[in-house]
Design a protein around this ligand. Structure first.
Ligand code: ATP
Ligand code: MG
Length: 366
């Protein structure tokens, strides 16, 4: 799977934005929320070397995974005006979420199943050929034998400069096992555009993203080898995957494997003896789960003028807040209070600048 045309330096910088670990981890919860999940289960392994997030959202077909998840800038937020398929206001909109946890584990494993179909469009250069291999249109993420009878080409056009002619099946073209045969002179144009739907409801995939490899890339030349940063294995859903007497519902499981030593140390930190009242004295694992449980998937896009008003209101009330702090925390000295805006907006701008740079660097899509 390719991540072509992206400078490894930009990848590293983007991955460095998500600090601390809990903030990066919440990106996975946000993704599950955006996928309309109603139940999200987080499991920390006994030895704290791995963490799993399972959600019952809409899941991904291997094609959705390839085009949306494992691609920088592959966010689907724009598809429904910033809403999830179920109508929730979405949290994610940049399409760099998979990089969030890149600095905290060596491998990210994704298993998913979706019952929705994948809709795609592909522009193909004919280069004098009378037949186009199906792989050139649909890619090779799913082996062709798994797609038999599940491909529907609902629109195909022959393009010559600004001229476009609609092609008809079977007069102009037909799907023939492993290729699209171009049967009429009308179909022998310079370019062809196919719009298609692929049914993957009988499939399930396991993917592994190799973060050590991705973040270890030093030079622009290494981009040729980016092909290998992600491996996807697609297989048929078997009776063992289904609940007894039922069908397999969509799901996504994301596993953070080989967590970095500093994360494992944080998670395995023992509780502070005798001081159990506050969460900060509990074990690392309890603190982590406590923070995850309190992550509220609400997007913090507050308009600027609201922020400025909020600061003014807080400054106005600072006398009262200071008195309350002195009383409640039993302080001897009255603290000075300064109110500043949260830097998350600045973060968003920085990410957007990096994404723009990335698009500038990227060669045009195949
Ligand atoms: N748990 C999931 N279930 C279904 N689809 C998912 C899941 N996680 C990610 N995706 C798909 O992958 C896409 C990319 O995810 P990613 O987190 O990179 O971007 P985003 O959430 O759209 O934006 P942001 O970078 O702001 O988080 C999502 O838009 C969504 O289509
Ligand atoms: Mg996201």
């Amino acid at each position: 799977m390719r991540l072509s045309g992206v400078d490894p330096g930009i990848i590293r910088e983007l991955s460095g934005i998500y600090k601390p670990f809990i903030k990066a981890f919440k990106e996975l919860i946000s993704n599950a929320y955006d996928a309309d999940a109603t139940t999200i289960t987080v499991k920390v392994a006994e030895d704290c070397e791995s963490i799993e997030v399972h959600d019952d959202g809409i899941g991904m077909t291997p094609y959705h995974f390839e085009s949306d998840f494992a691609r920088l800038g592959g966010s689907t937020a724009w598809l429904q005006g910033g809403r999830s398929p179920g109508g929730r206001p979405r949290i994610g909109h940049k399409g760099i979420g998979f990089l969030a946890v890149a600095r905290y584990c060596s491998e990210l494993h994704v298993t998913s199943h979706a019952t929705r179909s994948y809709e795609g469009t592909r522009l193909v250069q004919r280069r004098g050929r009378k037949a186009i291999p199906l792989e050139e249109i649909f890619g090779d993420v799913v082996p062709l034998e798994h797609l038999a009878g599940r491909i529907k080409v609902f629109k195909s056009e022959a393009l010559d400069g600004a001229r476009s002619v609609q092609l008809k099946k079977p007069i102009d073209f037909m799907l023939d096992g492993t290729e699209v045969r171009l049967a009429s002179p009308r179909s022998q144009s310079r370019e062809l555009r196919f719009s298609y739907v692929l049914d993957c409801s009988h499939l399930l995939f396991d993917a592994m993203l190799d973060f050590d490899y991705l973040l270890g890339l030093e030079h622009r030349e290494d981009l040729r080898t980016l092909d290998n940063f992600c491996k996807v294995k697609v297989r048929l859903v078997t009776p063992r995957d289904r609940p007894v007497g039922g069908t397999l519902e969509p799901f996504t499981t994301v596993r953070l494997k080989k967590l970095k030593d500093f994360v494992v140390r944080e998670l395995t930190a023992p509780p502070v003896k005798g001081k159990q009242k506050s969460i900060v004295f509990r074990s690392g694992r309890e603190q982590f789960l406590w923070r995850v449980a309190r992550s509220s998937p609400i997007r913090d896009d507050v308009p600027n003028e609201v922020e400025a008003d909020a600061i003014k209101a807080l400054e106005h009330a600072s006398g009262y807040i200071r008195r309350e702090l002195v009383e409640r925390l039993q302080l001897r000295r009255v603290p000075e209070l300064h109110f500043t805006l949260d830097l998350s907006q600045e973060h968003v701008e920085r990410i957007e600048r990096l994404l723009k740079e990335m698009k500038k660097d990227k060669p045009s899509a195949p």
